[in-house]
Every structure is written in C-alpha cells, then in structure tokens.
Design a protein around this ligand. Structure first.
Ligand code: CA
Length: 256
C-alpha cells in the first residue's frame, strides 16, 4: 500500500535531482573559482590543484581580466591585492557595489592587522596571508562555498546529515541515503529547519503539490520511512504529537 504512494527511485536510473530544470552536464554542480593572481607560479599551482579537485578555475592575472571574468556568474573569488594594473581592494570595492554575496577570499602577502582589517571591512569574507598552506586555503574555500549554498537554500546540514538540493542527494554520516524524490523533499524540509519543529501541515502540503492522491497520513508514511533510513546515523526524527516533526541528535548513535 505504501508503494502506491511513492515508487522508490532505483539507483543509477532516475534520481531525485537535479532540480530546477537544469540540464545535467558534469560541470553544472562544480565549484567555480575565479583566481585573480599575477604570480604565474602560484596561479599554475593552484589551478592544477583545484582542477584535480573537479573545480572549474579561471585565472585573471590583472584587474582588467577580472572585470571581464565578472561578466559570467561567479562562484568564489580568490583575490591577490598587489596586481599590475591596480590594487585588489579597489576592485573588491567595485565588486561589492553590485554584488554583495559572492564569497571572496583575499590572498596576499600584506600581513599587518591593519591590512587584514581593511580587507575584511572592504567586503572580503576571509583573508589568507602568503606564504600559505594550499590545503588550508582549500578548506577555507570549501567552507565559504558550503555557507553560500546554505544561504541560497541549496544545501542544508544538521549534525552528520547533509542535504544537497541540486544534486538530489543526501548523506548521513558520510553514507549516501537511498531516497525516493518525496522522501528527499520531506527530509529537506526537516533539515532546513532543524532542530526546529516542522508542522505536519507543511509536509502534507509539500507532498500534495507533487501528488494529488496524497492523504492525511502521507507525512506519517514518509517520516516513518525516513526514520528507518536514518537508523544508526545519530539523527532522529522526533514527533510532537498533534503538531509535527523535528530532527534531533541522538545521544549515542549506534553505528550498525
Ligand atoms: Ca601580486
């Protein structure tokens, strides 16, 4: 009877995502990095390194080139300050006038506190001083990219749970969950508000939008399926009878 409501998606065929009608080329979900850097050795090393990580890297050796690159949607910007045609901070000020949100990391040899403060007040999200550890820069980029996605509602995290909207994938404790499209949607509603309560009506409405046949018990059906799939992950779905559901961290996850 449950299967009449929602047919589970088989792995390797149709997935829950990607959403929004975008055609799924391999690079659609890749992180895009604009590296504004005139030091050829650093630019080469970082583009190779990031390319191997699957990121799409564009190098702009001048501010003029960075202006051209700005015409395309930006992912993350890594900005050197001492550039042949000007100061990176002036370019940052121009960028921030019409783009307040693109994550940007300053990468520079200018290391005084006053200079760092100037960069951060000027609209940089982070500030890395040369010489730098590439691994640390990678981690800072990933952190900013993750936060940007969460702010766009494109990803959500709670405890060991990660929910990626565009990919249509969810992970618990590093393991991908095998979810049907509607299970994925219900989990998304829960994780985006976690650990706050999600009224049952919100889940029922979301399910009804996708399926006219959905009844009052649909939310319960999907929640109970999700509970089974989250077993051992350290994440629990709690019921507040008569109100709704919320995610909670289990005190002692039993990894089965
Ligand atoms: Ca430079």
């Amino acid at each position: 009877m449950e299967e009449a409501i929602d047919t589970p998606v088989r792995k390797g065929t149709e997935r829950a995502g990607p959403r929004g009608g975008e055609s799924g080329t391999a690079h659609d979900d890749a992180l895009r990095v604009l590296l504004v850097e005139d030091d050829a050795a650093i630019a080469r090393e970082l583009s190779l390194r990031w390319g191997e990580r699957g990121w799409v890297v564009e190098v702009a050796p001048t501010l003029a080139a960075a202006d051209v690159a700005r015409a395309a949607p930006l992912g993350i910007v890594v900005l050197d300050l001492g550039l042949p045609d000007g100061d990176g901070l002036d370019w940052l000020a121009r960028l921030r006038r019409d783009d307040a949100t693109t994550p940007l990391i300053v990468l520079t040899a200018r290391d005084t506190v006053a200079e760092r403060v100037r960069g951060l007040r000027g609209g940089a999200d982070d500030y890395v001083v040369k010489p730098f550890e590439p691994e640390e820069l990678d981690a800072r980029i990933e952190g900013l990219a993750r936060r940007a996605r969460v702010e766009r509602g494109d990803a959500a995290h709670y405890g060991a749970l990660t929910w990626l909207k565009r990919e249509g994938r969810a992970y618990a404790a590093g393991r991908e969950l095998d979810l049907s499209p509607r299970e994925f949607e219900v989990l998304g509603l829960l994780v985006m508000r976690a650990p706050r309560l999600v009224p049952k009506r919100i889940l029922t409405d979301a399910l009804a939008e996708r399926n006219l046949e959905v009844g009052d018990s649909a939310a319960e059906v999907y929640v109970s399926r999700l509970r089974k799939k989250l077993e051992g992950s350290g994440i629990a779905i709690r019921t507040l009878r008569g109100f709704g559901y919320h995610l909670a961290l289990e005190a002692s996850p039993s990894m089965s």
